[in-house]
Ligand binder design. Structure first.
Ligand code: HSE
Length: 395
């Protein structure tokens, strides 16, 4: 019997309990031993729930219980979560987490402690919810030079943008729906301003490079500035607006960003709608591959958490190597790269004389203005343009 403790009985914690209990035979078969939840830590009470009798409010009950082999941290944040995860690893317990903020901030240190203790620190659910992407990056795509990683990595914003596109909805009510569905972060600022996706692309880039990436070095723009008119233009141009988290490699440099982008149907990410996430990876031998699935939600995320528990069971006193050296990787600003841009200006603006444009469009939903798509230009060329109503990268 392998005993697990769950820190946090919220959306993912309760999902983890459900996956372990409902799929116990499958989990046992894959883990090589039965897995049971021995304790759940939460400040709240859950009368009448299945964890009522194993609930504790004191982390020390878990830390000092030698029968608990694996700690699952699904509390979120970097305060108590960091303290509890570090203490668990130092006590020789493997840790599984879905907490991207924790991995993005403390990944190298926690990975090192796990290596020194010959146990595991696993975080598949921290990026892309239920989509296997961490394990493929670490264990499968190991023969390629990675040329690009671009993903739709936030379910909440993709849900909002999809609804705005399909239903013509306003931003606020769709955000409320995402919160009610349990996708959005407790503070949805992290979703809508792109911070959540930023931490996720930092983690993926760090794993691809084997070196720490500071998410604060990554230019990050969310979707709060996207209007119904921007969406109407995108539709008229046969495109959609998606919040892309992207790392590109060019001229020996690494360029990362989070930004709303217009993409057309030739881009594999075009069809990724609603709460779904996807990650497109380009390898120099492999070509393009895409990982697609539910990027948020209780059971899909819990499925990834329990897969990590199974991996810990299979490698109980054996560290699975993960490279994330602590020295910070230099990440460049993609404004240095040449990209096309969608730009809205007033109808009488002479934008074509200032930047090279490949097309101009007007739509009935936006009177008194027009939009252009530029040819590929460096972002710096946009700095001195005046009277821009909105500007969105075209990928
Ligand atoms: N708030 C996140 C999202 C949850 O919407 O994708 C999964 O990380």
């Amino acid at each position: 019997m392998i005993n697990v403790a769950i820190l946090g009985y919220g959306v993912i914690g309760s999902g983890t309990y459900k996956v372990i209990t409902q799929n116990q035979d499958i989990v046992k078969g894959n883990a090589g031993d039965a897995v049971q939840v021995k304790a759940v830590l939460d400040l709240r009470e859950f009368p009448g729930s299945p964890v009522e009798d194993i609930l504790t409010h004191d982390f020390n009950d878990i830390l000092n219980d030698d029968e608990i082999d694996i700690v699952v941290e699904v509390m979120g944040g970097t305060g108590a979560a960091y303290k509890f995860v570090k203490a668990s690893l130092e006590a020789g317990k493997s840790v599984v987490t879905s907490n991207k903020a924790l991995v993005a901030a403390y990944g190298p240190e926690l990975i090192r402690i796990a290596r020194e203790k010959n146990i595991n620190f696993m975080f598949e659910a921290s990026v892309g919810g239920g989509i296997p992407i961490i394990r493929p990056l670490i264990s499968c795509i190991t023969a390629d030079e990675i040329l690009e990683i671009t993903g739709i990595l936030n379910g909440t914003t993709n849900f909002i943008l999809t609804d705005m596109y399909e239903e013509g909805s306003e931003f606020e009510p769709v955000l409320k729906q995402a919160q009610a569905n349990g996708f959005a972060e407790a503070d949805p600022t992290a979703d809508i301003e792109g911070h959540d996706a930023c931490r996720k692309i930092a983690i993926l880039t760090a794993l691809a490079e084997g070196q720490f990436v500071d998410f604060e070095d990554i230019p990050c723009r969310g979707i709060t500035g996207i209007s119904a008119e921007d969406i109407a233009y995108a539709k008229a141009l046969g495109k959609k607006i998606k919040l892309l988290a992207s790392t590109r490699y060019s001229g020996g440099n690494i360029y990362s960003e989070v930004s709303p982008c217009m993409i057309d149907s030739s881009n594999p990410l075009y069809a990724v709608d609603g709460v779904m996430n996807a990650v497109l990876v380009k390898g120099n031998m492999l070509g393009d591959i895409m990982f697609y699935g539910a990027g948020a939600g209780s059971l899909p995320t819990a499925s990834a958490v329990v897969s990590d528990i199974v991996a810990c069971c299979r490698h109980m006193h054996e560290n699975i190597p993960v490279r994330m050296d602590p020295e910070k990787l230099t990440v460049h600003d993609p404004a240095e790269l040449k990209d096309r841009y969608f730009i809205r200006v007033s109808a009488d603006a002479d934008i074509a004389s200032k930047v090279p444009c490949e097309c101009e469009i007007t739509i009935p939903d936006a009177e008194g203005e027009k939009a252009v798509i530029t040819k590929a230009i460096a972002g710096a060329e946009l700095k001195d343009l005046e009277g821009i109503i909105s500007c969105i990268k075209v990928r």
